[in-house]
Write a protein that binds this ligand. Structure first.
Ligand SMILES: [Zn+2]
Length: 437
């Protein structure tokens, strides 16, 4: 019984403690606060407050919910016993994707050095230029505005299927819920992602925000289903393996995304160039595919095809558990060969040769072996390869008319343009790198 009373007193004490945080015993008091935004223009937070002494400092704090870094901002205002303050987060020079969740709070300080910190609140930053509809469960929220309910439902169902497949075949489950934004045209997409985004961009995964942004017109659903799976896979794999020390080999990252599009069969977009390279014995080595992918569209198609095929080979040969183990090791920031050795018992070259053998090809000739690339630990992200993950599509047109008849490029992006990258790097300084695709 005594224990119960003690617990009750503790809970009550905590509740009272929270109360002090927001109303302040020292008389400092928030009269009103609000936050509003216009997508790609601004996020503005306002506050009015009063106190028994002159309020001399107002600070606004915020952080992106899925990230660690907190931004502290001393706000310009007219000191007094009653004050009004405004903090504007300029979204013309900084970029947050739609669906960014901000946690924010204010701190007031008066002439007596008394302070008041407001309770933390969250704000969901959305693209309010379009009448988005939503479908949601505890894993995914899908936003779309063009196309009927069936269109949205198909994309939503596919996204859920993609997560189920990934869990079953790769042994990786979603850690934090995701948001998928479907823009109704290629132009709308380009306008929504970032200044200077590549014209051929079909979508973008903002891994550090848990957001995928895609351009899928209702006439292009088949492509949209595949592309959504691809980007979503990148996001889940990123959640599972993100660490400050190193990345996945590129063939593994892209290969998982390609594999998950259809675990049974390589997509026709990549299959032809892959089969032709097997026939002519001109596959690129896994070492070559460990870092950046070729910019040339034919070579890029082959790179994606090989990556998807070798991931399927690993899962079929070594099993789901081995793949899950491999990703688990990479989540600690392992060197490529070390991780492969530990999970599969082979290094990059031995894996390559085992795979080639399964295709009826001879082992890699010594002349093909290059210096093994290593994860770019310590990179500040500014050196992200602009051509890596270049579109495997040969057509780079972005016109609306063509979009209906031709699929936009597969959305494996260099990810963020340099301008955006700098924004992300600023947020990610503690991690020392940005996330690129
Ligand atoms: Zn990709």
């Amino acid at each position: 019984m005594q224990k119960k009373i003690y617990s009750f007193a503790l809970v009550l004490g905590m509740l009272l403690g929270l109360g002090v945080m927001v109303t302040a015993q020292n008389g400092l008091q928030v009269l009103e606060q609000s936050i509003e935004s216009e997508f790609r223009d601004h996020i503005t937070a306002r506050l009015s407050a009063e106190g028994p002494d002159e309020i001399t400092q107002v600070e606004f704090f915020y952080r992106v919910v899925s990230q660690k870094a907190t931004s502290r901002n001393v706000v310009d205002f007219e000191p007094g016993m009653t004050v009004e303050a405004e903090y504007i987060q300029d979204q013309t020079s900084t970029y947050f994707p739609p669906g960014t969740e901000l946690e924010y709070w204010w701190k007031l300080t008066d002439a007596n050095d008394d302070t008041l910190k407001t309770e933390r609140q969250t704000y969901l930053y959305l693209d309010n230029r379009y009448p988005f509809k939503t479908l949601s469960n505890d894993r995914i929220t899908l936003y779309w505005y063009k196309g009927d309910d069936e269109f949205g439902q198909e994309l939503f169902d596919q996204a859920n299927r993609a997560l189920d497949q990934l869990e079953k075949n790769v042994g990786v489950a979603l850690e934090d819920s995701l948001k998928i934004f479907i823009y109704g045209s290629h132009n709308d997409l380009l306008d929504a992602i970032s200044v200077g985004a590549q014209e051929w961009t079909g979508g973008q995964a903002f891994t550090d925000y848990g957001v995928v942004v895609m351009g899928v017109s209702p006439g292009n659903l088949d492509w949209g289903l595949k592309a959504t799976t691809h980007e979503l896979t990148h996001l889940v794999i990123h959640q599972a393996t993100d660490n400050p020390y190193g990345d996945l080999p590129r063939w593994l990252d892209e290969g998982l995304a390609v594999y998950n599009e259809d675990p049974e069969r390589l997509d026709s977009q990549f299959r032809h160039s892959f089969e032709a390279a097997v026939d002519s014995g001109s596959l690129m080595t896994l070492q070559t595919l460990s870092s950046s992918f070729p910019a040339d569209s034919n070579a890029a198609n082959l790179a994606y095809g090989e990556s998807g095929a070798v991931v399927k080979f690993i899962i079929d040969t070594y099993g789901t558990e081995a793949m899950a183990h491999l990703l688990d090791i990479f989540s600690e920031g392992s060197l490529y060969d070390d991780a492969l050795e530990e999970a599969l018992g082979v290094d990059t070259r031995e894996l390559d040769n085992a795979w080639r053998d399964s295709l009826g090809l001879p082992p890699i000739a010594d002349a093909q072996v290059e210096a093994a690339p290593q994860p770019d630990s310590g990179s500040d992200g500014a050196e992200a390869e602009p051509d890596s993950g270049a579109t495997p599509q040969s057509d780079s047109s972005s016109s609306e008319a063509q979009e209906e008849s031709q699929s936009p490029s597969l959305p494996c992006l260099p990810g963020l343009t340099p301008i955006v990258a700098l924004g992300v790097i600023a947020w990610n300084r503690r991690k020392g790198r940005a996330s690129f695709f």
